[in-house]
Write a protein that binds this ligand. Sequence first.
Ligand SMILES: *Cc1c(COP(=O)(O)O)cnc(C)c1O
Length: 824
Amino acid sequence: MSIVFSQLPSITNGALLRCPLDTAIEQLSTDSRLSPASTNVLFFAIKGKNHNGHDYLLDLYKKGIRLFVVETVSPNSLQELPNANILLVENSLAALQDIAAYHRQTFQLPVVAVTGSNGKTIVKEWLYQLLSPDFSIVKSPKSYNSQLGVPLSVWQINISHTLGIFEAGVSRSGEMQHLERIIQPTMGIFTNIGPAHNEGFDSLAQKIAEKALLFKHCHHLFCCSDHTEVWKHLQTSYPNATLVSWGFKEGGTWKVQTQKSRKSTHIELIGLSTTHSFSLPFTDDASIENILHCMVALLHLQVVPSVIQERISGIVNIPMRLELKAGRDNNYLIDDTYNNDPEGLRIALQFMQQQDMKRQKMVILSDMLETGIPPELLYPRVAALLKEKGISHFIGIGSAIGNYKGHFPSHSWFYPDTASFLQVLPNLRLENFLILIKGARKAHFEQVVQMLAQKIHRTLLEINLNALAHNLNVFKGMLPANTKLMIMVKAFAYGSGSFEVAHLLQYHKVDYLAVAYTDEGIALRENNIQLPIMVMNPTTDEFGKLVQYNLQPEIYSFHQLDALLQFLVQAGKEVLKQIPIHLAIDTGMHRLGFEAPDIDKLCLRLQASGVRVVSIFSHLVGADGFEHDEFTNHQAIAFQSIAKKIEDQLGYPVIKHLLNSPGITRFPQYTLDMVRLGIGLYGIESLGHPQDKKLQSVGTLKTIISQIRTVKKGESVGYSRKGLAEHDLKVATLAIGYADGYARILSNGVGKVWINGQFAPIIGNICMDMCMVDITEIEAQEGDEVELFGPHLSVNTVAEWSKTISYEILTSVSERVKRVFYLD
Ligand SMILES: *Cc1c(COP(=O)(O)O)cnc(C)c1O
C-alpha cells in the first residue's frame, strides 16, 4: 500500500522533474541534519525564516538521499544530483501535508484528535496509556502538533494500528483546516481555552471557532461545559455530533464533584441515570481537568468503570521531556525513560548529536513495544540509525532486541530484562560517556537513571532548551538576513551552563561566541565548541593560550596591544594570522576601549605590525532606558565615525557591532554588521517591549519543601528571631539558601516563592543553605516542589525585590545548584 515516487504529482499537484528509478517512500524528512541516509527517505526542502532546506540538497545527495521535493531548482543543481528523483512543487510544506493526508485516507481506523490551549499533550499521552490494553495505537510523538509535526505524526499510521490519537495546535487563523484534512479525526477532545497565541486571533470567539474546525467530520466530541464559550460553540456548530461534556457546574452530560485528600482526589461523575465514583492518584486541578477529558471519552468508548479505575490508578505522570544531566563517573546522561518508539528515538538521537561533547556515545535501549513494525524490520532499522548517528556503544534490554545482536555496533551488550541489567551495572565501569537512556514505560528505566545519575541535592536550575532556541529565533527574526550574530556566553552563559548552551548555539549556527576570560574560552574548546570565540578581557600573558585554543582577543588598550606585538615578535610571523583581534572603542561606557584621540596612533601601530582586525565594537550604556536615548544616539554616531576612520586607514572591511539585547529590540537603525545578544536569549525582557513579549522563560530555579511545622503565636522563626509569629503559622523549610544564590536581602517577607499555585512569603532571615516560608494559606506537603523563579515568577520580579537587576539574579545561582537541561 506504500506510496511510490511517481504517484506524487497526482497527490501534490507538483511536476515530476525527474524520476530515474521509481521508489517506495518509507520515511519523510524536513530537517537536513536529521535525515536518515536511506534511499527510501523523501526529503522536503522547506524555506523557513531562518533556514532554507534547498541549501542542503547536495549534502543530502552525498549522504545517499535520492528523493526530493523542491520549490526551486537550478539547472546547475540538477546536474549535481544526477540520480535523484525530483518533484517540483509550489510549496513544499503543503506537499508534505498533501502526502500525509493521502496516506491517512487509505486507513479506516478511528482517530481521536485533541486540541485546546493547555493539556493537549498530557491528554493525548494519558489516553494512550489508558487505551493501550484495548487498541494498537499510533500517536503524535512528544508534542508534534504543528503544521509540520502533524503530517509527520500521521505518516506513522500503518496497517497494524487500530486507533490513532493526535494533537493539533494552531497559532493563527486559517491553520486548522489543514490539520483537519491531514488528521481526519472521527472523535475530538477540546481541552480548554486560554490566552495562549492571542495575538494570532481577533477575539476569543474567533480562536474557539478556528480550533473547532478540527472537528468538522467528528461523530463524537468531548469538552468541559464550564468553558461555556467552547461548549456552546460545539453545540451550535456540530448539531449532528454526539457532544459529551463534564463540568463542576450544572448543565453538561456529567456533573463532577470532587473531594481532595492528602494525596488523592475522590471524584463523582453524576449523569442523568447513573453515578460513577473514582479515586484519582493526584490532587492538582490541571491533572484533574486532563483526566476528566480522558475518563468521559473512555466511558463513551464502553470501557467499564472498574477497568477505568484500575488503569487510572496505574497512570504515570510522564515527564514530557528529554533531560540532560551530569551523571556519576564523569558521564553525562540523556534521560528519556517514558516511551520508546522509532520517531522518539530519532528525536533523542538528534538531541544527543546536538550535545556534541568530546565523549563516546552510548545508548541504552529497551524493546520497542506496539510499533506495528515487525521485529525483523524494526531492530535492524534501529541499529542502522544508531550507526548513522555515531553511536559506538550499545546496551539492549529485552527479550526481542537481543535476537538481532548481529546488527548492532561491535561494542554491544544485551540483557533479557531490566533487573538483570541492574545487577551487573555497578561492575560495568561506565566512564566519560554521553549516555542516552531510552526505554518503554514498562521497562522502568528510571531505576537505571537512578543508578547512573549524580545524587542531586534537590535544588535545581532547569534550563529549557526549546525556549532558548525559540528566543534565538525571535532575535534572528528581528535582524536582517545578513546580520551576524554574536552570543554572549560569559559567566557560565549567564548562569545557564556554558557548554550545554554553546552546543545548542553551535547547532543553530550562530556566528560568534563571546566570553569574558580566557579560561572560559578554553573550557568551551575542551568541550568541542568550534565556533569563533572572542575573549573580552584576556591578560597579557595569555596570548600563547589564545593561539593554542584558537581564541580571539579583544584589544582595548595600548598596553595590551604592545604586549600582543611583543608576543608576535617572539612567536614568529606565522602566528600573526592565527590571532585576529577585536577592537573595543569607548564611546561613553568608560570601562574598556580606545577613545577618539587614540585612533590615529592605533591605526599606525596596526598597519605597521600587520595584525588583522576582524571587528570593531563599542558598548551602549543605556539601551534599556528611554531616558538615555539621546545618549545612545550620540554613542552610535560617535562609534560609526570612529569605526569608519579605522576601516579607511586599515584599507579592508571590518565587522562593526554595537547593539546588546535591549539595543537589538529598540535601535534597529544601529544593527550594523553584527549584534551581541546576551540576556534576551535567556528570556529576560527589558522595558516590556512588544518584541520582548515573544520571549519565553528559560531558567527555572526550583527546590523542595524539606519539612513543614506549625509555629505557635509568639514564637519566632530562624536566626535573630526576625520571623515573629503574630498568629499560629504553618511554616515550610526549603532546601535553598544564600550560598545557593538566593540572596539574603529577600528575607523577612521581601521575597516570595511559588508553591502549588500560590505565593508564599519568606519568613525570618534566609540561612546559608535553607530558608523558611509561610504556607499558612497553602495546601502543601513535605517533598513538594517550589519555584523561586521561572514561568510563574519572573526573574525581573525577583530582581526588583532584591533591589538589583535580572543579570545579577541569573549569574548568582551558585555552581552547587545542579543544572538540568531539557527539551519539551
Ligand atoms: C555582556 C555584554 C553584552 C550583552 O549584553 P546584554 O544586555 O546581556 O544583551 C554585549 N556586549 C558586551 C561588550 C558585553 O559585555
